[in-house]
Write a new protein. Structure first.
Length: 399
């Protein structure tokens, strides 16, 4: 396959930058343009809820590649101006610029979800500016209310407790991090919160915002804090497409539908990576959208090689992590495919110490995932077993 003359990558986050890097690594020597709606140089997002938020790192430390480094990679940049359309052979920017495009990679990521009637002054956390604004608000605060006990909410709660704030966390589900870890293992995240002194309210239903500092729960109870953060997930940033790309109508209701190589279904010459993309996943037998850091990196490698006409990279094992309360939580594989869980290491699921606990997720007797709490050395031993779907007997023997 001949290489396209000009690749336009829309979205200057992790997925977009890694796509540009991987294109050069795969031998692509044509033009690359990188478009980013934010004025900042491309930056890494995981530290925004951890090191940047707490002030341990300056904002400059999270830059992935500054403009000089991108120029060395022979990547043209268009930062601070959003794309507003993908046409047949061109990408349109908000300032009226038209970039000719022989191939387009959409990597616009996701935006933080908000709640109905959420007032100004209530924080969300998705961008560098969000992190710096929340950091400034917490500096002189004495209390924090977090709506949502997923990884982001828990990481912010962790940093706030380290700074001595009184923290309340509201979660509508029966356990924290249930979507990532399942109901059984998610209880360990709940223990981390409560053992750190967080007032964790599970099954809590938020009725309304009274103002930017006060919420009312179903039943009438009101909770007030100096700072309020809503962390209830993210939605793919696709409004700018208007439901079309390259003159084709697209279904963007659940992310851009892509095949297993990242090619957008129904839009020749267009690929998508990262939070915005719903790739065909043979393991699930369906398309799925994944918001994890490593997923964007892995997909960028696949797409770059597909565009460059190079051999695809070897299959990867999904991986996600979260740093909370002095502990790294690691997840390998696809826990959502499991129908049962077994303890592989530690006593956390039996009421003992959370640290050192490793759980195995099984679909029948086949290992589909592993989660560990402060147990990096042990978790690493199971990666190859997850990759090949090892049988329970072999996994338990390894434990």
């Amino acid at each position: 396959m001949s290489q396209p003359e000009h690749v336009v990558v829309i979205g200057a986050g992790l997925g977009g930058v890694r796509t540009a890097e991987q294109l050069r690594g795969a031998g692509y020597d044509g033009e690359i343009s990188l478009v980013g709606a934010e004025p900042h140089a491309p930056y890494d997002r995981p530290p925004l809820s951890k090191q940047v938020l707490t002030g341990a790192w300056p904002a400059e430390k999270v830059v992935l590649r500054d403009e000089d480094a991108l120029a060395e990679l022979k990547v043209r940049t268009h930062f601070g101006v959003a794309a507003v359309g993908v046409h047949d052979g061109a990408v349109e920017l908000a300032d009226g610029t038209l970039l000719n495009a022989h191939a387009v990679v959409i990597a616009t990521g996701a935006r933080a979800r908000t709640l109905p009637d959420q007032p100004d002054g209530v924080h969300t956390l998705r961008t560098l500016d969000d992190s710096l604004a929340l950091q400034a608000a917490l500096k002189d605060a004495r209390s924090l209310l977090v709506v949502g006990a997923g990884f982001i909410g828990a990481e912010v709660a962790s940093g706030a407790r380290d700074q001595g704030l009184d923290v309340t966390v509201l979660e509508a589900l029966p356990v924290p991090c249930e979507r990532a870890l399942g109901p059984e293992v998610g209880t360990l995240c709940g223990r981390l919160l409560t053992e750190a002194g967080v007032d964790l309210r599970l099954g809590a239903r938020l009725e309304r915002f009274v103002d930017a500092h006060t919420v009312e729960l179903a039943g009438g109870e009101r909770l007030t804090a100096d700072v309020v953060l809503v962390g209830v997930g993210a939605a793919p940033m696709l409004d700018w497409l208007g439901g079309t790309a390259a003159g084709r109508e697209l279904d963007v209701s659940a992310g851009l539908a892509c095949d297993e190589r990242g090619r957008v279904v129904g839009a020749p010459g267009v690929w998508a990576v990262g939070d915005v993309a719903a790739w065909e996943d043979p393991a699930r037998g369906a398309r799925s959208r994944c918001e994890h850091w490593t997923n964007a990196v892995d997909q960028a490698a696949v797409v770059a090689r597909d565009i460059a006409g190079a051999a695809p990279p070897p299959p990867s094992v999904p991986y996600v992590w979260s740093d909370q309360f002095g502990m790294k939580i690691q997840v390998i594989g696809r826990p959502e495919l499991a129908d049962n869980v077994a303890v592989l290491q530690g006593e956390g699921l039996a009421g003992g110490a959370v640290r050192g606990t490793v759980a195995g997720y099984f679909a029948g007797d086949r290992l589909v995932g592993v989660a560990g709490f402060g147990a990096a050395r042990h978790v690493a031993r199971y990666r190859a077993l997850v990759a090949r779907g090892a049988e329970r007997s072999e996994v338990l023997a390894a434990a």
